[in-house]
Design a protein around this ligand. Structure first.
Ligand SMILES: NC(=O)c1ccc[n+]([C@@H]2O[C@H](COP(=O)([O-])OP(=O)(O)OC[C@H]3O[C@@H](n4cnc5c(N)ncnc54)[C@H](OP(=O)(O)O)[C@@H]3O)[C@@H](O)[C@H]2O)c1
Length: 163
């Protein structure tokens, strides 16, 4: 089963603030929705709560240490390993890791690839994407975009694969 990290980060690696996103970039939302469509998604409890509900068409596995935490129509598991096991047991060939910071940090060593949207700006935040070790990861593709009336910042869609 392929395990893909998907994240949007700023130049200074910010991914969020006060359990929310810090930019409004519809082009990235569209990219994210297209990539993850129809796939199982794994996320930390805080990211889930920031979304507020499961994303339609994406069976959701939430990781938490809280006992008795339940969300209708979602799996809730106490470890990252169990999250992967559910996706495997459900016959998935490709699962997406949706964050947040804690979950990215703990899955970067087991992910097969990463879809990173670079938002070209410096932002204040309290949640960060881990540093990408370029001895381990190489760019497989890069698509640069200029800002437009709906997307305020320049951005790039970058896929990383293992070296
Ligand atoms: N820009 C992006 O692409 C992107 C994507 C996703 C999220 N975000 C942002 O990231 C921020 C949230 O990230 P975060 O790091 O604060 O939270 P998070 O990673 O979403 O969730 C953290 C929670 O996951 C659970 N957890 C983590 N590791 C675990 C483990 N090994 N075993 C069991 N449970 C574990 C714990 O839940 P309990 O406390 O319930 O035990 C922990 O508090 C928000 O600002 C969000 O908007 C940004």
């Amino acid at each position: 089963m392929i395990k893909s990290i998907i994240a949007a980060k700023s130049n200074n690696n910010v991914i969020g603030k006060n359990n929310d996103l810090v930019w409004h970039m519809p082009a990235d939302m569209k990219y994210f929705m297209n990539k993850t469509k129809g796939h199982y998604v794994i996320m930390g409890r805080k990211t889930f709560e920031s979304l507020g509900k499961p994303l339609p068409g994406r069976p959701t596995i939430i990781i938490t240490r809280k006992k008795g935490y339940k969300v209708e129509n979602c799996w809730v598991v106490p470890t990252i390993e169990e999250a992967f096991k559910i996706a495997e047991d459900e016959g998935q060939q490709h699962v997406f890791i949706l964050g947040g910071a804690q979950i990215y940090k703990q899955t970067m060593d087991v992910a097969d690839n990463m879809f990173i949207t670079e938002i070209k700006g410096e932002f204040e935040g309290d949640a960060f994407f881990p540093a990408i070790d370029h001895n381990k990861w190489k760019e497989a593709s890069r698509e640069e975009h200029q800002p437009d009336e709906r997307n305020k910042y320049p951005y790039a869609f970058v896929e990383y694969v293992r070296k």
